[in-house]
Design a protein around this ligand. Structure first.
Ligand SMILES: Nc1ncnc2c1ncn2[C@@H]1O[C@H](COP(=O)(O)OP(=O)(O)OP(=O)(O)O)[C@@H](O)[C@H]1O
Ligand SMILES: [Mg+2]
Length: 322
């Protein structure tokens, strides 16, 4: 059973094609990291999944139920299956409420029973914190409160949208460890949206790479980090250090140069072709379909990658992978 099935998801804001055909599945209890540079559409995917946005097209199924176009009222019985944690714990917690009210609010909305003190303890906070106001807490503590709130309904899927990037570097690791421990103990599936590739290696079972509203590559974490097939994934990873010093010396960071093209008028053909160091004519005109290139579910949308997964590697001076 899949916790989440997203098929051909489209989210346009007027002329802005923020998400343009994303297909993604998350198995029960597994963690999928969604990566890609700023503006590629990651948060928009997350907001469609938790139905803070109503998608322009495609489908979102939560634990088998199609929630794509349900009304607020129709969504109510499905709400408990999915929660979201945002980047900025200060902005996402109502300062007029006590911590206890904030954490307990989903229970009231869903008319479910649950224990706020237990929820606080689970995220490493003392139950007395329930009486406090969120602005009396540190950034790390506030993010623990939003995690407690997100998990109190025992969701089967958690969308974590850059949950540590607004925090002090000194507390980021602790919050990340907490999320990892909770995920393992409670067994919820997770869409983990992040820029932090070391966190991806630490937390994710699978990785999905987004570029200008579309997924260019997805697959098991070891596969994406070990033998990334798409030139964009390779470029993204090239900035991150590799443990093997020999391999490290053969690597050169691939500079993508200019900014992400506009989502209002994305390039024809492969959307990455304007920045791709190995693009050929076909890339400029023909949209590459996503294809499976391994028995482990590794998928890539690039004309230059062969059926067996071989293809260019923009990180080596030879420019050829494997
Ligand atoms: N409510 C909105 N109205 C109009 N455009 C929007 C809206 N929300 C997002 N966008 C646009 O959609 C695109 C994708 O934005 P999104 O926030 O999903 O990117 P992201 O990958 O999460 O970026 P970041 O890494 O900076 O968080 C961007 O071009 C953004 O400007
Ligand atoms: Mg975002």
């Amino acid at each position: 059973m899949n916790a989440l099935e997203v098929e051909d998801l489209v989210m346009h804001f007027g002329p802005v094609r923020a998400v343009d055909g994303v297909t993604l599945r998350i198995r029960e209890g597994s963690v999928v990291a969604l990566v890609g540079e700023s503006g590629s559409g990651k948060s928009t995917v997350g907001r469609c999944i938790v139905r803070l946005l109503e998608p322009t097209g495609g489908t979102v199924r939560l634990a088998g139920a199609d929630i794509t176009h349900l009304s607020r009222r129709q969504l109510r019985p499905h709400r408990r299956y999915v929660s979201i944690v945002f980047q900025d714990p200060a902005g996402s917690l109502d300062p007029r409420l006590s911590v206890g009210d904030i954490v307990g609010e989903p229970l009231r909305l869903m008319r479910r029973k649950g224990n706020v003190a237990d929820a606080l303890r689970r995220v490493g906070l003392r139950p007395e914190v329930a009486q406090r106001s969120p602005h009396e807490l540190s950034g790390g503590q506030r993010q623990r409160v939003s995690i407690a709130r997100a998990l109190i309904s025992e969701p089967r899927l958690l969308v974590a949208d850059e949950p540590t990037s607004a925090l002090d570097v000194s507390v980021q690791a602790a919050v990340l460890n907490l999320l990892a421990d909770l995920q393992r103990d409670l067994g919820f599936a997770c869409l983990f949206i992040t820029h932090d590739l070391s966190a991806v290696e630490y937390l994710a079972d699978e990785v999905a790479v987004m570029y200008l509203g579309q997924l260019v590559e997805q697959g098991p974490r070891a596969r994406i980090f070990g033998t990334p097939a798409h030139p964009y994934t390779q470029a993204l990873l090239s900035a991150a250090p590799v443990p093997d010093p020999v391999a490290q010396r053969q690597r050169k960071p691939v500079l993508l140069g200019d900014d992400l093209p506009s989502a209002i008028d994305p390039p024809d053909g492969c959307r990455f072709h304007t920045r791709c160091p190995v693009a050929v004519d076909r890339c400029r005109t023909v949209v590459p379909e996503s294809r499976v290139i391994g028995s482990d579910g590794h998928q890539v949308a690039c004309h230059l990658v062969e059926a067996d997964g071989s293809g260019p590697d923009v990180r080596t001076s030879e420019g050829v992978a494997r």
